[in-house]
Design a binder for this molecule. Structure first.
Ligand SMILES: Nc1nc2c(ncn2[C@@H]2O[C@H](COP(=O)(O)OP(=O)(O)OP(=O)(O)O)[C@@H](O)[C@H]2O)c(=O)[nH]1
Ligand SMILES: [Mg+2]
Length: 463
């Protein structure tokens, strides 16, 4: 067989196998997942026409023909509300997509012309891209799978720093009068759980990330169900795992441990299994600038939450069995979102800071031999970069509109390239407001480097 034909045949077989790609967009609450997905769909739908996608090879070469939404795989899961999000951005005044309250899915068919020609090559080809969206709060339950009730209780109590301790004051007061071997009283456990949930909600409002259990913040259809009536137990220092497991089923400890186990097996594990166990590529979105804005304690809290989260994906320890039977994730992107909150010359510094923040998970990914690329991007750009004369000097600035409609001109200053230390917080800190999306214009949504991220995530499949 001529060599070219063999190559074409192998290519055809591989192409057939590779025609489908599942992309996991990972990020904590408010990291920018829904904005990213909305922009991704919008950019690809406008590809070949008005989208600015020069950093995506297939688009630059004029081979990207466009994308359409098609019927998704799982008919029992709601469809990603792209139309609603896109309509809100086109209104006057435009508004951001709403915070996500449940799971949704989306399947995109991307049409392109293959790059090189061969007689077995079709004129056009298709790539199916499966995407899903979910509330960021639920993601933080993944690390909870590694615990039993005892180790989880201890870890949660160790994690509570000074300011979060205040937010949990009511819960702590109740806990002082509860012992593991008390008889469980349903109404009392429900009331204490509500105090715990209240503390978690206050911590989220104050900008903390490392919050478990995630369904306490967004219970969905589980609101009021006993499975959400548990909390970490204090006062366990004098107990051993053996003495605790010998307690009767009616004790506080046994009741809470049972609910924790139920939460793991009936809520967290199915979510993980259905949505996160099987994907080919992943992008981890991090609101680094938001955390800088929120101060040292929140920044440290985000760093811890991300490190634990990335550990729970377990990239390195894939057994031969799982490698054969589940597609292995072969490429990953990490991205600092909302890069339009700083002036363009700060973007490389933002990438360095993101890499510093994710240093531990990046080491593990390297060890697992998974290629990773870091980006700074704005899925939906809300500011315009300007040079202005400020106190006698030409200074880079950002122009936009506040959420309440006032014009804003800001000088966001310098992003640190390393994890900020005490002197950074004392000297500078960060303080910027939130912007309203830019007024709608015809064509695709304005963005920063969505095309570069897309090139890394799907570009090789469009060759
Ligand atoms: N300036 C700017 N702001 C953004 C951008 N992307 C997201 N935001 C802001 O961040 C907020 C949260 O973004 P979402 O996309 O809703 O975040 P999410 O990760 O889906 O959050 P959950 O649904 O709560 O998990 C938005 O309401 C915007 O205010 C961006 O590209 N630029
Ligand atoms: Mg969302």
């Amino acid at each position: 067989m001529p060599q070219d034909l063999t190559r074409d045949l192998i290519d055809l077989i591989e192409r057939g196998r590779d025609r489908q790609l599942r992309l996991a967009v990972t990020g904590l609450s408010r990291a920018g997942k829904t904005a990213f997905l909305t922009s991704l769909v919008d950019q690809l739908r406008h590809a070949g026409l008005e989208a600015r996608l020069d950093l995506l090879g297939a688009s630059r070469e004029g081979r990207l023909l466009g994308a359409q939404r098609v019927a998704q795989q799982d008919l029992g899961v709601p469809r990603f509300p792209f139309d609603q999000a896109r309509a809100a951005l086109a209104e006057s005044p435009p508004s951001w997509p709403k915070p996500t309250k449940g799971i949704s899915e989306l399947r995109l068919k991307i049409r392109y012309r293959p790059g090189s020609q061969g007689w077995l090559r079709p004129d056009t080809a298709e790539l199916t891209l499966d995407l899903f969206d979910y509330p960021g709060e639920w993601l933080l339950d993944l690390p909870l799978l590694e615990h039993d009730f005892l180790s989880w209780s201890r870890a949660q109590i160790d994690d509570v720093g000074l300011s979060r301790r205040d937010m949990l004051a009511d819960w702590r007061a109740e806990m002082a009068t509860l012992a593991p071997d008390d008889d469980a009283d349903e109404a009392r456990l429900a009331a204490i759980s509500e105090h715990y949930a209240k503390g978690l909600r206050a911590a989220r409002e104050a900008g903390f990330s490392n919050l478990q259990p995630g369904r306490f913040l967004l219970p969905g259809e589980l609101d009021g169900a006993p499975v959400l009536q548990f909390f970490p137990l204090t006062g366990l220092n004098d107990w051993t795992p053996e003495t605790l497991s010998a307690l009767p089923d009616t004790s506080v400890y046994a009741t809470l441990a049972k609910r924790f186990g139920y939460y793991q097996s009936h809520i967290v594990r199915p979510f993980y299994r259905q949505h996160f166990r099987r994907f080919d590529r992943q992008i981890v979105l991090v609101d680094v600038l938001g955390a800088l804005n929120a101060g040292p304690e929140r920044f440290e809290d985000l760093s811890q939450a991300l490190t634990r989260l990335m550990q729970s994906f377990n990239y390195g320890s894939r057994s031969l069995f799982s490698r054969l039977f589940t597609p292995r994730i072969d490429r990953l992107a990490i991205a600092a979102t909302k890069a339009d909150h700083v002036t363009p010359e700060q973007h490389t510094r933002l990438v360095s800071l993101l890499e510093a923040l994710l240093a531990e998970p990046l080491k593990n990914l390297k060890y697992a031999n998974i290629p990773v690329k870091a980006f700074s991007l704005a899925a939906i750009r809300a500011t315009e970069a300007r040079e202005v004369n400020h106190q006698g000097r030409t200074t880079p600035a950002l122009k936009g509109t506040s959420l309440t409609g006032e014009p804003l001109l800001s000088f966001p200053g310098e992003v640190p390239t390393h994890l900020p230390d005490a002197s950074f917080w004392a000297r500078q800190g960060f303080d910027f407001g939130a912007y309203r999306p830019l007024p709608a214009t015809p064509g695709a949504l304005p963005h920063i480097r969505m095309d570069a991220a897309l090139d890394w995530l799907i570009g090789d499949k469009l060759r």
